[in-house]
Design a protein around this ligand. Structure first.
Ligand SMILES: *Cc1c(COP(=O)(O)O)cnc(C)c1O
Length: 378
């Protein structure tokens, strides 16, 4: 394979430099076994960055969402309202607990949960005597959901909000970090996220009791006794000290990563500005997106090719791109679940394509990508 045909990935890990030093420190202290000072340090760093007062570092974003909903006491036959346009990790936790997920469509302004449809869903379930137990909006592709409008709808009913902020580390809503203002927020440091620990997650809240309970539950819910005694069933979801060491290094470069992701978005926008039929994911006026992935919409008639034809053309040149998340209400596994609205996320799925957005990508990588996209048009 020639040098100029090297694989361009969607969003590969990009280390900042200090990670190895932190890992080295962890080795030297011999805190290889699960817990240790790096975990505490990572939680403190994240708390400082996000403004959420308490944090529990966990093994994945999915684990954080699971523990969050477990703490809320969600169980069989409860209703959990979630975004339809999201990744399965956002809603599998409701299923783990035996609850029923119902889905809310997106709006075009943010591609996130449409607050008007959420209001409709809340009224619908209250009228049935099944007040939703939680609402889990996703911050899609690094753009915050409209938290204030969502809170305005939920507060009169006392329904808690757990933000799925897996994709929005470093993004802001009205100047606050993603997830701030929610009862709980879940973050992910999976391999392709804006920063990564090689796999990890975190649950944050301003409520200290919630987070100490999350820590306890994530370590098998042991009673504070010299022998192993259990009054409740917990999980094995704690982040390991080595993983947290990587996370501490990554947090140091988060702001650079956000700036670079936004620059990549702007470069694509500029380079594709002449293409009729291509438009970009909007940025809602209330926040600053981290642009985790640059996402475009392709109008087949105007552009002259479908998103899938573009994806295949890119793949043939060893460049990775991906369709927009397939909405949850279109998933076979959720064929019986209720959806409020649905056409917006279906349309975004049909027309959307996520472009390679790695923060270490070169100008040559971008030029190759743009050239192939342009070549697909008429
Ligand atoms: C990545 C992601 C998750 C899951 O995070 P993991 O750390 O991979 O478990 C959940 N929700 C959304 C929206 C995600 O993008």
């Amino acid at each position: 394979m020639s040098a100029n045909n090297k694989r361009v990935y969607l969003s590969p890990p990009h280390m900042g430099g200090a990670e190895q030093e932190y890992v080295q420190q962890a080795f030297e202290s011999n805190f290889i076994a699960p817990l240790g000072p790096m975990v505490n340090g990572f939680e403190q760093d994240f708390s400082k960055l996000s403004g959420l007062k308490h944090c529990a570092a966990l093994s994945s974003g999915t684990a954080a969402l699971h523990i969050a909903q477990h703490i809320l006491g969600i169980g069989p036959n409860d209703i959990v309202l979630a975004s339809s346009l999201t990744f399965i990790g956002s809603v599998s936790s409701a299923t783990f607990l035996g609850a029923e997920a119902a889905f809310i469509d997106s709006d075009y302004k943010s591609w996130n949960m449409d607050p008007d449809l959420l209001a409709e869903a809340v009224e619908y379930y209250i009228a049935l005597g099944r007040k939703p137990k939680a609402v889990v909006p996703t911050d899609l592709y690094g753009q915050c959901a409209d938290y204030d409008r969502i809170l305005e709808i939920l507060e009169p009913h006392g329904i808690p909000i757990v933000v799925d902020a897996a994709e929005s580390v470093g993004a802001t809503y009205k100047g606050r970090h993603a997830g701030k203002g929610a009862l709980m927020a879940a973050y992910s440091f999976n391999g392709n996220k804006i920063i990564t620990t090689s796999g990890g997650g975190l649950l944050a809240s301003d409520d200290e009791e919630i987070i100490s309970r999350a820590r306890w539950l994530s370590q098998q819910a042991k009673e504070p006794l010299p022998y192993y005694e259990h009054k409740e069933i917990g999980f094995n979801y704690r982040m390991s000290n080595l993983v947290a060491a990587v996370g501490r290094g990554q947090l140091e470069v988060l702001q650079d990563r956000v700036n670079r992701k936004r620059e990549i978005f702007d470069l694509y926008k500029e380079a594709l500005s002449g293409c009729t039929g291509i438009s970009f994911m909007p940025e809602a006026e209330y926040g600053r997106c981290n642009r985790w992935l640059t996402v475009i919409l392709i109008d087949e008639k105007e552009f002259g090719a479908t998103p899938d034809q573009v994806r295949i053309a890119l793949e043939n040149e060893n460049i990775e791109s991906r369709p927009v998340w397939k909405p949850m209400h279109m998933q076979p596994v959720f064929s019986k679940n209720k959806i409020f609205g649905g056409q917006v996320s279906e349309d975004l799925f049909k027309r959307g394509l996520c472009l390679p957005s790695g923060t270490a990508m070169t100008q040559d990588d971008m030029d190759r990508t743009v050239k192939i996209i342009k070549g697909c048009g008429k």
